[in-house]
Design a protein around this ligand. Structure first.
Ligand SMILES: *[C@@H]1O[C@H](CO)[C@@H](O)[C@H](O)[C@H]1NC(C)=O
Ligand SMILES: *[C@@H]1O[C@H](CO)[C@@H](O)[C@H](O)[C@H]1NC(C)=O
Ligand SMILES: *[C@@H]1O[C@H](CO)[C@@H](O)[C@H](O)[C@H]1NC(C)=O
Length: 319
């Protein structure tokens, strides 16, 4: 049984991934190119962000789904401040490189490894729906785990993953076969036993949502899209409600919570982060359900009062 703990506990769980292994890894400075559908993870030692894969567009004509898949692994150190117009980006390369996946997730696992899960393989795998998407990253590089390793569920895209204390929580996603099947599945991956355990399903299938794990162990699911039973098209979930799940208590079920204040318009592919105290969540950007319009607005969700307010207008200015 896990212990509920104080806010500082959240950071202990963020992995120490030792990226110093000169014989197997090299870092080269890197010219950032526009990239989407990449996976990213925060690494606490040394403090940095890792960005893996995604899609790049060499032609300027790619759609969201059609760009070319990349297998790049990029790092941005966070131990010193930098000019955001020219971040100190470098590319890491290992003898055992990572996969050219997009719309996957990368999550800190135990102190020495990260879990890459799901994603579109860009044709590098024979089937897009088998249980073959797990790669582990440690200081010597990536390892593609065999089919059904750790009871991994089948590959999916646009799912969400969040981790703490060695457990990675995976929610929802879309089957990557064009069928439009949205998953309500949720899993907890335990880094020490290296097993995926199913958790109770979400109330409905949803994908391209955001998640956060609150300091008290509550998993929060915000936004995303579901497939409309009327039209068969993606339909944005109303942001005046969120789903929560208590990962600590035994026998928890998903709960739908109503929020007050001024909720953002429904959206997919947004970014959600918590403040240090874990009592406020900030949501930025995203796109409408049909991916025809990108958004540049920012919102605050006060988790104590369950209240939304807007903090950045759609042209990116503080409001
Ligand atoms: C991480 O690596 C260190 C150094 O090899 C080792 O002492 C430690 O037990 C490892 N931690 C886990 C959780 O495997
Ligand atoms: C990294 O993972 C590979 C494959 O599981 C393993 O052989 C290697 O020993 C690991 N490296 C470290 C430093 O743990
Ligand atoms: C965890 O924190 C959230 C946000 O403050 C709160 O809504 C929820 O009820 C808390 N859950 C538990 C089990 O304490």
């Amino acid at each position: 049984m896990k212990q509920r703990s104080t806010p500082s506990w959240r950071f202990i769980g963020m992995v120490t991934l030792l990226l110093i292994a000169p014989t197997t890894m090299s870092a080269e400075s890197y010219q950032l190119v526009p990239r989407w559908g990449a996976a990213s993870a925060y690494v606490s030692s040394p403090p940095s962000v890792l960005i893996q894969g995604g899609k790049v567009d060499s032609t300027d004509f790619s759609s969201y789904a059609s760009g070319v898949n990349s297998a790049d692994l990029i790092t941005i150190p966070l131990d010193a401040s930098f000019d955001v117009t020219s971040p100190p980006v470098s590319q890491l390369s290992f003898a055992s490189a990572g996969p050219p996946y997009a719309f996957h997730t990368l999550s800190t696992g135990d102190e020495n490894s990260s879990l890459l899960f799901g994603g579109d393989s860009g044709g590098s795998e024979p089937v897009e729906t088998s249980a073959t998407s797990v790669w582990l990253l440690n200081s010597t590089g990536f390892t593609h785990e065999p089919e059904a390793w750790g009871s991994q569920p089948i590959r999916r895209i646009y799912h969400s993953a969040v981790s703490s204390g060695g457990t990675v929580y995976i929610t929802g996603g879309l089957k990557n076969d064009g069928s439009g099947q949205a998953f309500s599945d949720t899993y907890a991956f335990d880094s020490s036993s290296q097993v995926f355990t199913p958790m109770p399903p979400l109330p409905s299938g949803l994908y391209h949502h955001t998640t956060a794990l609150l300091p008290n162990g509550t998993l929060l699911v915000v936004g995303g899209v579901a497939i409309s039973t009327l039209t068969g098209n993606p339909s944005a979930i109303d942001m005046s409600t969120v789903y929560t799940f208590d990962t600590i208590a035994d026998g928890s079920v998903w709960e739908e919570r109503s929020l007050v204040g001024n909720p953002p318009t429904g959206r997919r592919g947004a970014t959600l982060v918590l403040n240090d105290a874990g009592d406020q969540a900030f949501l930025y950007g995203g796109a409408d359900a049909g991916l025809s319009q990108a958004m540049a607005d920012g919102w605050k969700l006060d988790l104590t009062g369950c209240t939304w307010s807007q903090v950045l207008s759609s042209d990116g200015w503080s409001s």
